[in-house]
Design a protein around this ligand. Structure first.
Ligand code: SF4
Ligand code: SF4
Length: 381
């Protein structure tokens, strides 16, 4: 149990109602809402079209059964849950969406979007998956140019470079605040649990009140003591798939059994916020395309940047072990787990555990046993 909650931590506990109130108010004032489901979607472009980018990734188990009426059961729970919300019309943000900006990442998501596009306005970005090829950036930029036109046409706005630079600065500010917050976990006695840090996010980018709360957190959290103290817990680097809102179970199991997740390398952690974009670059669209193409998701091949990032983060956050989370049927993260295991155990000398699961709590006890065994190994090391 942590002490009485600082106000910034408390603010984000009410993230969904805050986001909903904000989205309704902004929609009533004429602003558009654009749903996204991946970190490759350039929020800057959407903001520059005077629209709100909102994450639609489903994290709730309740939405899996409805989705399985259409989708195969042996599919990633994140894809199924997102699609279940779509079928059930149960995600108010999706119901408010004027457009969905999707992307070709993994096959399950790509084909799910194809079904969703049957009844909802959806624009698909085609992501080059060999980021180091000389023509990859040009192809990715062409997708952003197309998206810019789609947003302009659909919303009757003009996205000027100046506006794009302005929104890039805003996104850079949000990324920096979140990065600084995450960096508090580098302390010997981090002032937050990994779960608290995971919860300090919004579905909607750049809400002014959230940015104020991040500032507030950076002044009120340093020096805070956790109860039980952070010092005695194993420092865990968590990597692999993202943990969308509602799917935090594995994080809770880790932290409920003597661990402290000091570093989250995944897409709900540091991965998307490590790099900023030069808002003064001569070609702002190119600068944005460069940033997003560098994002080291396992759907990229080869994906050496992820291993480089893990090396650096393990050292900076002084991880004592690595836990890799793989959602069931996520083939790309699962296959890449082999390389991450080798990096952790052979190069970094860190005990490693791969957890493959879905959104059902039925295997929590089994995961807890494996986590405890990992921690025993790490303590002996
Ligand atoms: S893990 Fe990959 S597919 Fe999933 S949100 Fe991140 S970048 Fe997108
Ligand atoms: S976790 Fe894996 S399978 Fe699921 S949406 Fe992300 S990349 Fe696709």
């Amino acid at each position: 149990m942590s002490d009485s909650l600082p106000s910034s931590v408390r603010w984000f506990k009410e993230m969904v109602p805050h986001n909903l109130a904000y989205a309704k108010e902004q929609k009533a004032a004429g602003r558009k809402l654009v749903g996204i489901a991946c970190e490759y979607a350039p929020r800057e472009l959407i903001l520059a079209a005077d629209a709100m980018p909102v994450c639609l990734c489903g994290g709730f188990e309740e939405m899996i059964a409805p989705a399985e009426k259409i989708l195969p059961a042996n599919l990633c729970p994140l894809v199924k849950s997102t699609f279940g919300f779509h079928l059930e019309k149960a995600n108010p943000f999706l119901e408010m969406a004027d457009l969905i900006v999707a992307e070709t990442t993994c096959d399950g998501k790509k084909k799910m979007f194809e079904l969703m596009a049957g009844t909802r306005p959806l624009h698909l970005l085609e992501l080059p998956q060999k980021p180091d090829e000389p023509d990859a950036l040009g192809r990715w930029m062409a997708e952003y140019i197309k998206l810019r036109r789609v947003l302009e046409h659909r919303f009757g706005v003009r996205i000027t470079d100046e506006r794009l630079r302005e929104e890039t600065r805003r996104m850079n500010r949000e990324r920096k605040l979140k990065r600084d917050l995450a960096a508090l976990m580098k302390a010997d006695e981090p002032p937050l649990t990994g779960r608290e840090l995971l919860d300090m996010k919004s579905l909607i980018a750049c809400i002014p009140a959230d940015l104020d709360q991040y500032e507030q957190a950076l002044t009120e959290l340093p020096g805070r003591k956790l109860d039980p103290p952070a010092g005695g817990r194993l420092r865990v680097l968590l990597t692999g798939v993202p943990l969308p809102h509602g799917a935090e179970r594995v994080m809770d199991v880790i932290e409920g059994h003597g661990g402290l997740v000091v570093c989250q390398e995944n897409c709900t952690g540091l991965k998307p916020i490590l790099d900023d974009v030069d808002a003064d670059a001569p070609d702002i669209l190119r600068a944005l395309a460069e940033k997003y193409l560098r994002l080291p998701c396992s759907i990229m091949t080869p994906n050496a940047r992820r291993l480089d990032s893990l090396r650096r983060l393990a050292a900076e956050y002084r991880a004592e072990c690595v836990v890799e989370l793989v959602w069931q049927a996520c083939l790309t993260y699962d296959v890449e787990a082999h390389r991450v295991r080798r990096l952790a155990t052979e190069e970094l000398g860190l005990p490693y555990l791969r957890i493959e699961t879905d959104y059902s709590p039925s295997d929590s006890a089994r995961i807890a046993v494996r986590i405890q065994a990992l921690f025993e190994t790490a303590r002996r090391a």
